[in-house]
Ligand binder design. Structure first.
Ligand code: PGA
Length: 257
């Protein structure tokens, strides 16, 4: 079956660039993508660069996203930023539960669930929820269980307003930053597991209409071709290769045809 969903390509700049470098990259993205009419292109800079990047990409089709969010709206939560604040800074998207935050900031299932719920309740941002198995889980044949479990924990009990969208990013942890993406067929298989789980959780209509499923982990212009025509792959989450405007443009152009 042909995949008719609008494709999305998301740049995750992590904590890899200074404010100056981030704004320079954003300006280059604007000039590359101006006139790019199809699909969705999102850049996720660090928090302190959001407002400047928002200005730099204004007038281009590139959209702004945050790399994380807190689950409360306002209050005594030192160091945190709410969904509303991200929206005020110009964000339309936000990454929730990236594996690096699970590892270094000890984000657990409950926190990820609360974050997702608050983002959907505030209804101003589209969440990009990251899931994926680690090497040990893969070696011991637990990938399918891990994906199902992570989705149940993040999304279970959530109800959607009409037309609300959630992006699920399947990122095998061991492939992130490794330089080697997984085989497209394997990503496609994992995305089918995601789809079946979403069917179970929300029914086929919501699963089909309210979700896009993307792959992330060492995508570059060299391997993107294998991911462009898959039935259950609606886009890509790109780290390293998104730090160069020309390289990211090549990835997006290949994916969003
Ligand atoms: P990578 O990162 O493309 O550098 O592997 C992807 C990610 O962590 O989102």
């Amino acid at each position: 079956m042909e995949n008719k969903k609008e494709k999305i390509v998301i740049a995750n700049w992590k904590m890899k660039l200074s404010l100056k470098e981030t704004v320079e990259l954003a300006k280059k993205m604007k000039s590359k993508f101006t006139g790019f009419k199809k699909g969705t292109v999102v850049v996720c800079p660090n928090f302190v660069s959001l407002a400047e990047v928002g200005k730099a990409i204004k007038g281009s089709p590139v959209k702004l996203g945050g790399q994380s969010v807190f689950w409360e709206e306002l209050g005594a939560y030192t160091g945190e930023i709410s969904a509303n604040m991200l929206a005020e800074a110009g964000c339309e998207y936000v990454i929730v539960g990236h594996s690096e935050r699970r590892e270094y900031m000890l984000e657990n299932y409950e926190m990820i669930h609360k974050k997702l719920k608050s983002v959907l309740n505030m209804d101003k941002l589209t969440p990009i929820v990251c899931i994926g198995e680690n090497m040990n889980e893969r070696k011991t044949d637990r990938r399918d269980f891990v994906l199902t479990h992570q989705l149940q924990q993040a999304l279970g009990g959530i109800s959607f307003l009409k037309n609300q969208e959630v992006i699920i990013a399947y990122e095998p942890i061991w492939a992130i930053g490794s330089g080697v993406a997984i085989e497209p067929a394997e990503a496609e298989y994992a995305h089918k597991i995601v789809k079946l789980t979403l069917n179970d959780l929300f029914g086929p209509q919501v699963a089909a209409n309210n979700f896009r499923i993307v792959y992330g982990g060492s995508i570059s212009s060299k391997n993107v071709k294998g991911f462009t025509d898959l039935e259950n792959t609606d886009g890509l989450l790109v780290g390293g290769a998104s730090l160069d405007a020309e390289e990211f443009y090549k990835v997006a152009k290949a994916m969003i045809k």
